[in-house]
Write a protein that binds this ligand. Structure first.
Ligand SMILES: [Fe+2]
Length: 134
């Protein structure tokens, strides 16, 4: 379980709420694996991550584009990597070992949390905050 902590907070409500949702997907997957329901949990997580890539991630992009934040291109490239990864999950689900794949998904999300949310999102959100967006 990863608890939501202040160090993950970027200070723009709509973005923080999305990140809390993502963290709950992580925690749900982890507890399902521990409960031995790996395959079904992975399928559900893959679907929810694709939904996340289609809506919350795109909403964040719209906000960053609207205010033309510095570092936008790199930021969008990181989002694209996220989208590519989660879209590839369905393919992987059909042949990969589900426990190995679940472990990989958890690692991917941990990295995303530390490196994208903890660094990129924070940096870009600072610019939004400077413009008075909360
Ligand atoms: Fe982002």
């Amino acid at each position: 379980m990863i608890q939501w902590e202040d160090r993950f907070r970027v200070g723009v409500d709509i973005i923080d709420i999305q990140h809390i949702t993502l963290l709950s997907l992580y925690n749900r997957l982890q507890s399902s694996i521990n409960g031995g329901e790996c395959e079904e949990a992975l399928r559900r997580t893959a679907k929810d991550l694709i939904d996340y890539a289609k809506k919350p991630l795109v909403e964040e992009e719209t906000l960053l584009k609207r205010y033309s934040v510095t570092g936008l291109e790199e930021h969008l490239a990181e989002h694209q990597e996220f989208k590519d990864y989660v879209l590839g999950l369905y393919v992987q689900l059909s042949f990969a070992d589900e426990y190995l794949l679940a472990g990989e998904v958890l690692e991917f999300l941990e990295k995303w949390l530390e490196e994208h949310i903890g660094q990129s999102d924070k940096t870009q959100a600072e610019q939004l905050r400077a413009l008075g967006i909360r």
